[in-house]
Design a protein around this ligand. Structure first.
Ligand code: XMP
Length: 317
């Protein structure tokens, strides 16, 4: 008979017994799993947990700053690393989705390896792996935010030679949320929509540039803020805006415009394996569309994605 309180108690004791006085490094993503894992480990070993939060330049608008603040409020020993330029320069000229995923995954590992190297005598790598990650890892399109552990240590980045601690690996998502609640994590983190590891990098179709990221961040913020204002955010499983490399003709005042298109995606799902598009109310869609077109320079048209998974996928890339 499973309760979150009992899980927290026994897991903290387990972590203490396993890790002892060793130092542990963990990559925080802003997502539910790594956040719950971090707070659990922090309760067990305090300052010996070293968290690293990488800004890959592909996060939502203001997300890096607000998530970092939130974690600091929790007393976590956390280092934010601004690696925006590194990611963007490596992505220059690349259009293929799988290629973009590989680059984002590789640069993340380089940055994380460099940072974990700076921590003296670190012995463990903590990960927020949950049970479905283990059984469904084949279903993910590419490298996820989770760093897979390896048994073959030759030629691997240094952090991969560390021993691995995965306190959530027997839990399902709803159990992780219950543990998070028991630990006092706020809905700001627990109620967040899933967000892919490669972030906005796979929501900009084709080549990623700093200009397109800025446009998409602005459009996405308007979209998400409106869902929250309308009380719809918690009813939607996942939502996000997509930047299309398509230009269409419009009029603004007396001027002809020729600008890019933003697609809006919102889905209902249980686990992301299948999904239905959400029937968002027309007045809400109208307000979002007007606001994006009026406020976001470079966008003169907004479309709504009415495809379900399968045969479409949730992300466009
Ligand atoms: P798809 O597009 O395959 O997405 O229907 C299903 C769920 O997985 C997320 N997703 C990813 N997450 N790395 C991740 O960490 C990825 O490369 C990736 N691709 C898709 C997607 O956001 C959705 O929740």
């Amino acid at each position: 008979d499973w309760t979150s309180a009992a899980f927290v108690e026994t897991t903290i004791a387990d972590i203490k017994a396993t890790v002892g006085d060793d130092k542990v490094v963990l990559a925080l993503s802003g997502g539910v799993d790594s956040s719950v894992a971090a707070v659990l480990l922090h309760k067990a070993i305090g300052k010996n947990l070293h968290c690293i939060f990488v800004d890959n330049g592909l996060l939502r608008k203001n997300e890096y700053e607000s998530v970092l603040e939130q974690y600091k409020d929790f007393g976590l020993n956390i280092k934010g690393v601004d690696a925006k330029d590194k990611f963007l320069s490596q992505l220059a000229g690349v259009e293929d989705p799988e290629q973009k995923r590989k680059i984002i995954g590789r640069v993340f590992i380089e940055v994380f390896d460099e940072e974990s190297h700076l921590i003296q005598d670190v012995k463990w790598l903590a990960q927020g792996t949950i049970y479905p990650d283990i059984i469904e890892s084949v279903s993910v399109k590419g490298p996820s935010a989770t760093i897979k552990s390896h048994h073959n240590v030759g030629g691997l980045p240094d952090f991969m030679k560390l021993k691995v601690v995965e306190p959530l690996k027997t839990l399902f998502k709803d159990e992780v949320r219950r543990v998070g609640t028991a630990l006092g994590l706020e809905s700001f983190i627990l109620g967040r929509h899933p967000f892919p590891g490669p972030g906005l990098g796979i929501r900009i179709i084709g080549e990623v540039t700093a200009e397109k990221v800025a446009i998409l961040q602005d459009a996405d913020k308007i979209y998400i803020d409106n869902l929250k204002d309308a009380g719809l955010y918690d009813q939607v499983w996942q939502a996000g805006a997509i930047f299309l490399p398509v230009r269409s003709v419009g009029v603004m005042g007396d001027e002809r415009t020729y600008e890019n298109v933003i697609a809006l995606r919102a889905v209902e799902s249980l686990d992301g394996m299948t999904a239905d598009w959400c029937h968002l109310p027309y007045p809400v869609l109208a307000k979002i569309s007007n606001e994006i077109i009026n406020k976001v320079k470079g966008i003169n048209r907004v479309v709504y994605d009415i495809s379900s998974k399968p045969p479409a996928t949730i992300e466009w890339e």
